[in-house]
Design a protein around this ligand. Sequence first.
Ligand code: 13P
Length: 264
Amino acid sequence: MTTVPKFVIGNWKMQARHEYGLELARGVAQGLRDNPPPSHLHTILCPPFTQLAGVHSELDEIGLPNEQLALGAQDCYPAASGPFTGDISPQMIKALGASYVILGHSERRQNHGETDAVIRQKVKAATAAGVTPIVCIGEHLAERNEGRAASVLASQIEGSLTRGFRGIVAYEPVWAIGSGITPSHEELQRKLTLIRALLPMRLMTDDIRVPVLYGGSVTSVQAPSIMSIEAVDGVLVGSASLEAQSFLDIITAAAEATTPQLTS
Ligand code: 13P
């Protein structure tokens, strides 16, 4: 029997100026050092590429174990190296201390035309480099309103996850991102249960619990109710991760709302 890990991940997007990002990382690391959450709760900071090395040395200085506070990137190229101007490989982010990478965020699907097939290639490349992928899926508002959310999620899972996938999945309904709106408790429970039912086909097993997170307008106010849903293994936080205290409040809320669960 092992404890089910829970995750609180901060996605800073393109939003923290360099010095501020370092200060933010230091603030979060100091907060966790002074008030350590239970060991089943893992925190991951995902700054922009340019801050990975700096944030890594800030975290190093505080010296928390990687399971407690880890570093992630927000994207990577689907190859180890090559003539790809402006791109960053998973090996490169790993060399800067990142052990996770967010892939397929809706902002990349939308702004960079990333398809499920491209995301699947990135998942493959990250996994090969020993970097754990955090794959985002989620429907648009129109798809939800037309009753197509289930089929969108099914095709994103089928298309963007590799066979035998081992990583993290984040359900981020596009309409909840940056809108201040979160799905109701019932809707979230229904969607997460659906995602859990769809996953074994890609995982090629029923026996592994891939962490499934929720993201979209998470603050410390909603975090306890979201984290109390049995199918939810954590939260992916945007805006509220840009201030150390508000992010630490989410971590505290997540810790309080989740008692360690055991899985076989
Ligand atoms: P917000 O928390 O700002 O809505 O962003 C969510 C998100 O996109 C995290 O990846």
